[in-house]
Design a protein around this ligand. Structure first.
Ligand code: FAD
Length: 480
């Protein structure tokens, strides 16, 4: 039987942040994920905002951890070479009812110790965002709400953890956790492995209730809350430069419009309670509701400039709330549940909180002196000067071959994405790492070339190259 000190179930934002945090200690750590790639399920499809926590429920663990996490992103994104920008958010009120809610929201921000929230007049907001509905009466400005590349954040944390010695077992589902004399003993997988571990952390996102039931701690259940989005073309004429948020309701933060870190416009999400954890379809009704709601705030929003739509499933815990638990009658087991709408942001603070909890509850671990926090990023060709481009092409001519025209992604970048730590094995994994296929044509031009490069670099036939998970092979063979 294999042995490890800590097993983390799940390589999403939470599991990857935990892997990186634990890699700072002298420990043997193994991350297991059922998916083919790191990056999680929910962590791949969200609004990509690093929240301040201004509107969290004061006094909750979620508010504590989101507020603590926000300032950490300046350092983490530098260390891991993840695109990040503190563009700020505005919360405009367009009628008296909304305007009257502003003091309550500002007070909430104060209770959450987000003291830099400010009132702005309608005039000031229109100066900041000329595309706003001109009947805006005033609103709040939250300067530290930020945008990030969510894929590279999670991949970056996982890669850096792996470079610091954490083992990753991908395409492997945990099917059971065994217990002996009141302590976790091992995890079992669908590959027939049994891995002995002193600690097991359940960071399984939407499926954390299923994993908790393996050890009899499933006293809650998780339902998906669907969020659908539009991504608009970079050239769309109606743009905003901050995150434009609606006044939130009890159920959702509402539908927003903001730039993505790569210059598209993001519009959405919906909030639809479902039962099926696999239902990731976008729907005509859901998308229509986004267009209707967002155009009340930004009347000129050009939905017809859509280049793609997507949908993510928030893990709604019932009863609700972020819970991080260890148990007197089950030593070594850590249960993380209720990571719902702010988990991308919260992940880095959740990781610190969990590791401290483990250290207080029996984990013996020393700090390493050789932990390397830095991840070497893949060069982003589109952001380089002509001089930097020439230098790169001189060192490696593959950087002179543009494969994705929309996003100016080169063969050199795609090869780097494939051969680096926890490298890409599928077309989507390449896309998340270097953006080939993320542009206006959505891979119509570069898709076949990416398949060819993956096939050549991995030494496997093109027919076996997949879009993502098994069953998503993209070609059937040569016709000539
Ligand atoms: C529409 C929407 C908008 C959002 N917007 C934001 C935002 O702007 N900012 C923000 O901070 N947060 C946002 N969130 C929330 C955020 O995306 C999530 O809270 C966060 O990504 C959750 O990360 P996770 O690691 O818990 O889950 P996941 O990313 O789902 O990772 C869990 C992993 O566990 C694996 N797993 C599950 N069961 C098993 C098993 N038995 N064996 C092995 N592996 C298993 C899965 O394969 C998966 O990879 C949003 C979410 C949605 C849906």
């Amino acid at each position: 039987m294999k042995k490890t000190d800590v097993v983390i179930i799940g390589a999403g934002a939470v599991g990857s942040a935990l892997a990186r945090e634990l890699s700072k200690y002298r420990l043997d750590v193994t991350v297991i994920d059922k998916n083919e790639d790191v990056g999680g399920d929910i962590s791949k499809s969200n609004s990509a905002i690093i929240h301040t926590g201004y509107d969290a429920s004061p006094g909750t663990l979620e508010s504590q951890l989101v507020v603590a996490a926000n300032p950490m992103y300046d350092r983490i994104t530098k260390d891991l070479d993840v695109p990040f920008a503190r563009i700020g958010a505005i919360l405009p009120a367009f009628n008296d009812e909304q305007f009257e809610k502003l003091p309550v929201l500002k007070h909430k921000a104060m209770m959450n110790r987000v003291y830099d929230v400010e009132y702005k007049t309608g005039e000031e907001l229109l100066k900041m965002e000329p595309e706003l509905n001109p009947c805006v009466k005033g609103g709040l400005y939250i300067p530290r709400e930020s945008i990030i590349d969510p894929f590279l954040l999670v991949i970056g944390m996982a890669e850096n953890a792996a470079d610091n010695g954490v083992h990753f077992m991908l395409s492997t589902k945990v099917t059971d956790i065994t217990v002996e004399n009141g302590s976790v003993r091992s995890v079992k997988t669908d590959k027939g492995d049994e891995i002995r571990a002193g600690f097991v952390i359940n960071a399984a996102g939407l499926y954390c209730d299923e994993v908790a039931s393996y050890v009899g701690k499933g006293d809650y259940y998780v339902t998906p809350r669907k969020g659908q989005f539009y991504i608009l073309d970079k050239n769309t004429s109606c743009r905003v430069s901050t995150i434009v948020l609606p006044i939130p309701t009890k159920i959702t933060k509402g539908k927003l419009m903001c730039p993505t870190i790569h210059g598209n416009m993001l519009v959405g999400p919906t909030a639809e309670d479902l039962l099926d954890k696999t239902d990731k379809r976008t729907t005509a009704d859901g998308l229509a509701s986004i267009a209707a709601d967002v155009s009340k705030m930004v009347p000129g929003v050009m939905i017809r400039d859509t280049i793609t739509q997507y949908c993510g499933l928030r893990a709604q815990r019932n009863p609700e709330g972020l819970n991080i638990d260890m148990y007197d009658d089950l030593a070594g087991y850590v249960n993380i549940s209720g990571v719902r709408s702010t988990g991308l942001t919260g992940s880095v603070a959740i990781a610190k909180y969990v590791v401290d909890l483990m250290l207080q509850n029996g984990l013996k671990a020393e700090f390493r002196t050789d932990f390397n926090p830095i991840r070497r990023g893949t060069p982003r060709f589109d952001e380089l000067t002509d001089e930097e481009r020439r230098e790169l092409i001189r060192k490696d001519p593959r950087y002179g071959n543009i494969v994705c025209r929309c996003e100016t992604v080169t063969e050199g970048q795609i090869c780097d994405a494939i051969h680096r730590t926890l490298g890409a094995r599928t077309v989507d994994a390449v896309k998340r790492r270097v953006r080939a296929g993320m542009g206006r044509c959505q891979g119509g031009f570069c898709g076949p070339k990416v398949i060819e490069i993956l096939s050549r670099e991995l030494g496997i036939p093109v027919e076996e190259i997949r879009k993502n998970e098994p069953g998503s092979e993209m070609t059937v063979g040569n016709i000539r």
